[in-house]
Design a protein around this ligand. Structure first.
Ligand code: SF4
Length: 445
């Protein structure tokens, strides 16, 4: 639970000296509670209060970072139980499993195929996040498997095994990377912690019950390793919802520090591709930060990627495309100029229709704060002044040999004002729906 402004105020000097830039200690306390200022802005706070406030300002779910050559994945830092309360911040990472019992050449080929998979979804490239390498034998086998994986991908890795010595051989091939290793248990946690500390790795922790897990994570933290990930040992669908919800609820609603870490899910353990996918969907919606899969099929993985994207977009922020001039079907200076807003779905509907018409054109995407045409117009974010400003800002005139622009039919009402804002331009009114654009363009072409 976040600490309140009043509680913070009680720990401040209450002198209202203004050295922090605020008129009173109370004003500063309220800003600090809202995480809009740093505690260090008050030079007079006592060491004791500093320690207390620093502990309470720690994120309820620790941020875990995996990093390798040019790739970075951040997981954690979540502050709400339900996406509609605010937003979820850091998408869970998808990791595909390889085993060190497989032939190195086969590992490299599989990893290359999965690594290359990418789909563009409303302007965002969706891909896998990394790979998990599972040890099934000696350290030499794990080291060879890690090398084989690295021959096919640069993405971050999770190393899975229960023998610290074996894992050490794999980690030796990943110097300079931020890796996740699994798994510390009540039996091996000391050696696993030493290994993770030595390699600056994060560590997955598990135990036979959540009570035992709550006893184990503070011990590991005390030994100097704060970057932990929880494995609640999910064995079925019911278990997944119940255990992950308890962990996240305790971390967020009760500020229970032993559970203040991201969760890892292993849907691959189901052993049946369809069940694996279903468990992965549950893991996305119920709090997993790392999701380890085995069966790769583009048609099912696509669904997981899109689901994740939808759960982890801010419900209060529309998905936007960059405002600017988009050239479609290689337009010459004679090609028509159409205008629309920067709400992703609006942009893609219009751009797709122009593209599929086969006719060239310029699409001016105005900055309408990510709203659709009618909504933006009603909110005053898509008016003649804004369109004229964007015509100039994006240098439309320099790209064309005419002075004509096509407005969306829904805002035909703007044509008079736009004539005033763009003197000498011909303002045309296009169709109301994007789907009618190809026929319209054929008429005006
Ligand atoms: S600097 Fe510290 S003591 Fe001074 S007003 Fe700000 S919060 Fe209060």
């Amino acid at each position: 639970m976040a600490i309140s402004g009043i509680e913070i105020y009680k720990m401040l000097p209450k002198t209202n000296c203004k050295d922090c830039g605020f008129p009173t200690c109370m004003a500063f306390a309220l800003k600090l509670a809202a995480k809009q200022v740093e505690l260090s802005a008050c030079p007079h706070v006592s060491e004791e209060a500093k320690a207390q406030l620093a502990a309470s300002s720690e994120p309820p779910v620790r941020l875990i970072t995996l990093e390798s050559d040019g790739h970075k994945l951040e997981v954690g830092n979540e502050v709400v139980l339900f996406r509609h309360e605010k937003t979820f911040y850091n998408k869970p990472g998808f990791f595909f499993l390889v085993k060190d019992s497989e032939e190195p050449a086969a590992i490299t080929a599989r990893v290359k195929e999965i690594d290359a998979f990418a789909v563009n979804y409303v302007g965002i490239d969706l891909t896998v996040d990394g790979f998990a390498v599972k040890s099934e034998g000696e350290g030499a086998a794990l080291a060879a498997a890690v090398e084989a994986v690295r021959a096919g991908t640069k993405r971050p890795l999770i190393l899975i095994g229960d023998d610290p010595q074996v894992l050490s051989a794999g980690l030796g091939k990943l110097d300079g990377e931020k890796t996740l290793i699994a798994t510390a248990t009540p039996e091996n946690w000391e050696a696993m912690t030493d290994l993770a500390v030595a390699h600056k790795a994060s560590l997955v922790v598990t135990a036979g019950s959540l009570d035992e897990l709550a006893e184990l994570t503070p011990k590991i933290k005390e030994k100097g390793l704060p970057n932990l990930v929880l494995d609640p040992q999910v064995s079925n669908f019911n278990d997944g919802v119940v255990k992950n919800t308890i962990l996240r609820r305790m971390a967020l609603a009760k500020n229970f520090r032993p559970f203040g870490f991201p969760i890892i899910a292993y849907p691959y353990k189901a052993g049946v591709p369809e069940v694996e996918i279903a468990l992965a969907t549950q893991a996305i919606t119920k709090y997993a930060g790392f999701i380890v899969l085995e069966n790769f099929a583009p048609e099912t993985f696509y669904g997981l990627l899109v689901l994740r994207e939808n759960i982890y977009t801010d419900p209060q922020k529309p998905i936007q495309v960059q405002p600017g001039v988009y050239e479609i079907n290689q337009p010459s200076p004679e090609a028509p100029v159409m205008v629309t807003t920067n709400f992703s779905i609006t942009y893609f509907s219009v751009a797709n229709e122009i593209e599929s018409s086969g006719l060239p054109g310029f699409l001016l995407v105005a900055d309408a704060e990510g709203m659709s045409v009618l909504t933006a117009w009603a909110a005053g974010n898509f008016d003649a002044e804004q369109i004229a400003k964007d015509v100039k800002r994006f240098g439309v005139e320099e790209k064309i040999s005419h002075k004509s622009i096509i407005l969306p039919g829904h805002v035909a009402v703007l044509s008079g004002e736009l004539e005033e804002e763009l003197p000498g331009w011909e303002i045309k009114v296009g169709p109301r729906e994007a789907v009618d654009l190809p026929a319209y363009l054929k008429q005006v072409a």
